[in-house]
Design a protein around this ligand. Structure first.
Ligand SMILES: *Cc1c(COP(=O)(O)O)cnc(C)c1O
Length: 419
């Protein structure tokens, strides 16, 4: 559910007509609804009510400071995968002590910064990383709180690029290797074993893969307890899916009930790392039709947003619903490709899509673009990245202006080398 709705046929973000934002800010522009983000956070938080828990929002889904600040004020922790994300959370006033540091390749300086910031834990992904964290912690004279990210070898039944919990993926530690690594970590003077985590993939629609993964992880937790290693928390990862077209994802309530039923009685604190389910449907990409073009019976709608602004269709073959902002109930339908101006055949937002007949200059909304939209945007074709706007009720604010053209090259240096 989201708070983009039609008033007299005109698409609005909460109480603000999108056309008004386009007129003031231009296009392409990402627009986020504060009410939607807030409701989604509360739904997840409520879903885990009854067990001690921390929601650690996955910053990489949408990392604008206004969004991070909002979530921090709602009580969220954060799931980080880079030093840049740690610094963003700090810049937004978020609490680093409620942050977990994930990722398969943390550099020494990133580990040191995370330890200095007092993160809740580092999620270790390999024996090598365990050794690196121990070395950095020793040099700093601190004890690093660590969790092992195990790979439960579960098929999340999602796109192969976003499946992370299968044996062949680069993520996590194979279950059979985890126990020995826990012994190693527990024996170290510079590591403090606090938890265990898994993250099996993204856009997962059913609870069964989560349940399967958590059950496997809990078996290991029980074995470790027998061996004298008692963990404080289980981090069940993120990955809950959303509705982009006609999917029927498990609700936060069903997901939470499943997590709780498995974890009940273990005494473990539950951490979750949701990203997409909080912000995905809380954002849209507003774009303007530059023109239309026809080859035989193929119609192209050329818009001013492209794969550099929203790469998900090109990268994952992802579906995003697209609607005219203006009233369109009376228009004939036409099957079109919605494409951007970038010089790649992969530059499309939709292929063979039935769309009401749209005209040059009109606004289109690309829905479900709040997660992995702006954070994956690039400057390919020297295109400034979109503006970002946050809406709440009738209020709205530009939370990142459109990138200036000069910003594209301001750090570049014309070095004239040679004779
Ligand atoms: C990307 C990621 C998440 C968030 O995934 P969503 O599908 O957006 O919920 C959580 N944890 C880790 C380790 C990740 O890499």
């Amino acid at each position: 559910m989201n708070d983009f709705k039609r008033v007299n046929g005109e698409l609005c973000a909460e109480d603000v007509p999108l056309a008004q934002i386009a007129q003031a800010v231009g296009t392409p522009t990402y627009i986020y609804s504060q009410a939607t983000i807030t409701r989604h956070f509360h739904a997840l938080d409520q879903a885990l009510a009854g067990v001690p828990h921390t929601i650690c929002y996955a910053v990489k889904a949408c990392s604008n400071l206004a969004v991070l600040s909002l979530l921090g004020r709602l009580g969220s922790g954060f799931d980080l995968v880079s030093l840049g994300e740690l610094r963003r959370v700090q810049a937004a006033g978020g609490d680093a002590r409620k942050a977990v540091f994930s990722g398969v390749g943390k550099r020494d300086d990133e580990i040191a910064a995370a330890l200095a910031a007092g993160v809740l834990c580092l999620n270790l992904e390999s024996a090598g990383e365990l050794a690196r964290v121990e070395r950095v912690a020793r040099a700093m004279g601190v004890r690093a709180p660590v969790s092992l990210r195990v790979n439960p070898d579960v098929d999340p039944k999602t796109h192969k690029y976003i499946a992370t919990g299968l044996r062949e993926s680069k993520f996590g530690i194979a279950m059979p290797d985890a126990r020995a690594l826990y012994f190693q970590a527990a024996a170290s003077d510079y590591l403090r074993v606090v938890g265990i985590d898994c993250h099996i993939g993204s856009q997962i629609l059913e609870v069964a893969p989560f349940a399967e993964a958590i059950a496997k992880v809990l078996e290991l937790v029980a074995d470790l307890r027998t061996d004298g290693i008692t963990l404080e928390h289980i981090d069940v990862g993120g990955g809950l899916g959303i509705c982009y077209s006609d999917e029927t994802p498990a609700t936060p309530e069903v997901w939470g009930a499943t997590v709780k039923s498995l974890v009940a009685g273990t005494g473990l604190h539950v951490i979750a790392e949701p990203g997409r389910v909080i912000v995905g449907n809380a954002g849209l990409l507003l774009t303007r039709v530059i023109g239309k073009k026809q080859h035989d019976d193929k119609v192209f709608v050329i818009v001013d947003a492209a794969m550099n602004d929203l790469v998900r269709p090109a990268l994952y073959d992802a579906y995003h619903a697209i609607e005219p902002v203006a009233p369109h109930a009376d228009r004939a339908m036409q099957t079109v490709d919605v494409v951007g101006p970038v010089c790649e055949s992969g530059d499309f937002l939709a292929l063979d899509r039935p769309l009401p007949d749209v005209h040059e200059g009109e606004l289109l909304a690309v829905l479900g673009a709040g997660a992995y939209g702006m954070t994956m945007a690039s400057n390919y074709n020297s295109r400034p990245r979109p503006a970002e706007v946050l809406v709440s009720g009738a209020q709205w604010a530009v939370v990142r202006p459109r990138e200036a053209l000069e910003a594209l090259w301001q750090d570049e240096v014309v070095a004239v080398l040679g004779d």
